[in-house]
Design a protein around this ligand. Structure first.
Ligand SMILES: [Zn+2]
Length: 199
């Protein structure tokens, strides 16, 4: 335990995901030794992020305006929506350059153990987007693990009366894993070979 400010910093850093007490201490002392200009830039970036970054009102992706870059792009196919768990999955899929439609970011996956149900995700917003019938294909690209599969099945059942083409990226993705960890080629192939999801 340290005095005052340095301990406060260790405590704050320790609240971040993936940072344990040792890591927090190492970061704090790294910052203490760092050039003041570097620390100022980091602090300014943190504040700027909180002030400027928000969530796209259409798809839920991170954005710096009302709508994200992808939703604003008129060249993107309006008829296809790819549903993902997090914004980082959008980045992973964009890297493959296989997908020209738009996204819908759920903000997680259904997980009873963690107390996450359908109402905690942006599912109502998705249903609203599908209501006017302009979307013809829904790609359910939730993670290839238990929660992701459960979420995909839930959504497929929910939209079944809408007679959409509902697909899921093909196998080949590491099972039990996280979409963002698949390499670009594997993820690209999984998109190309997506299969109809029949529930
Ligand atoms: Zn958007």
């Amino acid at each position: 335990m340290y005095e005052g400010v340095i301990q406060n910093l260790i405590d704050e850093l320790g609240l971040l995901p993936g940072v344990g007490p040792k890591g927090a201490q190492r970061m704090a002392f790294h910052l203490l030794a760092a050039d003041p200009a570097d620390v100022r830039r980091l602090a300014a970036t943190l504040l700027e992020m909180k002030e400027r970054v928000r969530f796209c009102r259409v798809c839920g992706n991170v954005a710096e305006e009302e709508e994200c870059r992808i939703c604003r792009d008129p060249r993107r196919d309006q008829a296809v929506i790819c549903v993902v768990e997090e914004s980082k999955d959008v980045v992973a899929i964009e890297k493959t350059r296989e997908f020209r439609g738009r996204y819908h970011v759920l903000g997680g996956a259904i997980s009873p153990i963690d107390g996450v149900g359908p109402d905690d995700l942006r599912i109502k917003e998705l249903m609203r987007r599908l209501a006017d019938g302009s979307v013809t294909e829904l790609i359910l690209a939730t993670d290839p693990n238990l929660e992701g599969e459960a979420t995909a099945t839930y959504l497929a059942r929910l939209v079944k009366p809408m007679k959409l083409r509902v697909t899921r990226p093909a196998s080949g993705l590491p099972v039990g894993g996280d979409l963002e960890y698949a390499d670009e080629v594997t993820l690209g192939r999984a998109f190309e070979g997506r299969r109809l999801l029949d529930v």
